[in-house]
Design a protein around this ligand. Sequence first.
Ligand SMILES: Cc1cc2nc3c(=O)[nH]c(=O)nc-3n(C[C@H](O)[C@H](O)[C@H](O)COP(=O)(O)O)c2cc1C
Length: 307
Amino acid sequence: MEVKELLKTSIGSLELKNPVTVASGTFGCGREYAQFFDLSLLGAISVKGITLKERKGNLPPRLHETPMGLLNSIGLQNPGVEHFIEEEIPFLRQYDTKIIANVNGNTLEEYRELSSILNKEDVDAIELNVSCPNVKEGGMVFGADEKMLRKAVRVVREVVGKCLIVKLSPNVTSISKMARICEEEGADAISLVNTFTGVAIDSRTGRPVFDLVSAGMSGPAIKPLALKKVYDTYQAVKLPILGMGGIASSEDALEFLLAGSSAIAIGTALFSDPLLPVKVLEELTSFFKVRSMRVEEVCGLAHRGGF
Ligand SMILES: Cc1cc2nc3c(=O)[nH]c(=O)nc-3n(C[C@H](O)[C@H](O)[C@H](O)COP(=O)(O)O)c2cc1C
């Protein structure tokens, strides 16, 4: 079989030419990265979180480095859905890659309205972000509460015919329970993890670093935690998983596939190496070629005795 065929994978009805995608909020809409590499190399791009209206985001500071990780408190800054439709979709459509629209709201009504608007636009999938830890209202409130999560997936499913991916929060007691709710409400796939909540305190001033105190933790430091969420979710539901959390090499990417991801997303590691997706794709390509295995065969293999 040709290597092109070996690399093909799918997340529900979303067919990808390869399993390498980029995580929402770490890639903008790709413009800055297009100067480094051809975006058509990517299986998909999950764009920066979109809201109905423009959001200015949180007060600075918004980023704080930790050993092997990053805390962020961006607060979903974005120019709003109209701008996304007029400027970013035409830009992204120049490339042969799938567009995943990351949808955010403060209320159920906002989630429904925004999803309904985007469902009619030229995007390939909707990623329902119910797990943003950096906003005062909405966001994680939906992803951390079983009833709210159920309602959010239900109202969005009613208006979305395209592939619906629910992005889950790792800040819950049972990720399996949350994934099952998504499955029961008709989601097509799960993406996880969003950031873990964390706090930074400035020992010189004695005050929390971030205005909202709590921030979202990402990067290599969270990889084993994220991998466990993927592993557990794979056992709990039949839905395909878009796995992420600290991926910084092709070995990391492979671990997420073995744990049960059908595709992976690279996030924070892009900040130190914007070319990482190309490197990961090249290395995965030779891996699958040498083994003569399909991505879909490797997905979840850690649960079936490994290689
Ligand atoms: C600066 C920053 C902004 C983010 N913005 C979003 C966002 O708008 N929507 C979303 O669903 N996730 C957002 N995330 C979460 C990432 O998509 C990803 O789930 C998380 O960072 C874990 O992956 P990583 O450790 O590889 O970065 C953001 C993460 C970072 C670091």
